[in-house]
Design a protein around this ligand. Sequence first.
Ligand code: NAI
Ligand code: MG
Length: 354
Amino acid sequence: MREYRIAAIPGDGIGKEVIPAGLTVLQRLARLTNEFRLDVTTFDWGSDFYRSTGALMPQDGLHTLQPFDAIYFGAVGDPGVPDHVTLWGLRLKICQGFDQYANVRPTRVLPGLKSPLADCPPGTLDWVIVRENSEGEYAGQGGRSHRGHPEEVATEVSIFTRAGVTRIMRFAFALARSRPRKKLTVITKSNAQRHGMVMWDEIAAEVAKDFPDVAVDKELVDAATVRMVNRPGSLDTIVATNLHADILSDLAAALAGSIGIAPTGNVNPERRHPSMFEPIHGSAFDIMGKGLANPIGTFWSAVMMLEHLGEADAARRLMSAIERVTAAGTTLTRDLGGSAGTAQVTEAVCDALT
Ligand code: NAI
Ligand code: MG
């Protein structure tokens, strides 16, 4: 029997609702397949931990997580703690500390769900966004001087390194090659951002030479939003910087039906450290504690985690259970136009596994 050690970090808000739901589904799946076991350890890190200890995770938190095979993460963010404190104190600490430089975000319109786009027949919107996850606009470089004075100045410096851009391009080209259409769109802003983004374009063109079978094109990030809305079928695999992809992937999730269904993997491709899988949504203050959160993004993230662990059959089985539930349309949360709660969707997916 294969065994995997999973670190579960529900975090804050609806993270505490969707991660237990995801673990329920995963354990049911493991029992049914009877081929692997999941040894799950749950960590109570997040804003409550911060209120009692002064930090979102213990000082040696990364050391604690290192031996795990994967991390299953909910969301972090609390109405009483500034967002930059929560984000940098937990999620980014793990992403950067474990060099999870490839953030992979698949988006498609699941069976039975409807895109808000008027013209989007099934199969048209099927994208994977690859987000650079270690540097760029979120490198954390910058500072503030003369705080509170009229002459106050703040800088937020984007960092692009040849090594960082090259590795994310190689990852994105390889992913594009593995998909049927073998098509990659490089998102840029090299008209206005004339240093980092010009190097980004140059490196994309260099890496493209090693992937002659991948069709590649280039789109400015602002034009990309228009193309996503007007010509969704013209896109397949997309690579973008940390900030650009952050924004485009929220739009992508909305175009696929709801932010509540979208999954992501923060991947350390060399597998020197555990990778982390999470829904792309946040802690959703407006619905937390009510049992209304859509757990599908968390379930789909579990599919990505299983793929990463090498459990391809189990991953497919879970994905088709999710799709059976969306296709039936009878057990959907409010964000998808239904009236079910987290628990009912979880039960429906568990039933669909059998
Ligand atoms: P959000 O994703 O938490 O919520 C945006 C909207 O989508 C809300 O109306 C919410 O109710 C809805 N929504 C989100 N997930 C849903 C789900 N599973 N089911 C049904 N509806 C859902 O984004 P927001 O409001 O900008 O941020 C709230 C907090 O979360 C902030 O503190 C923010 O910093 C944090 N955040 C954390 C992230 C993470 O940990 N990865 C990602 C995004 C935001
Ligand atoms: Mg975001």
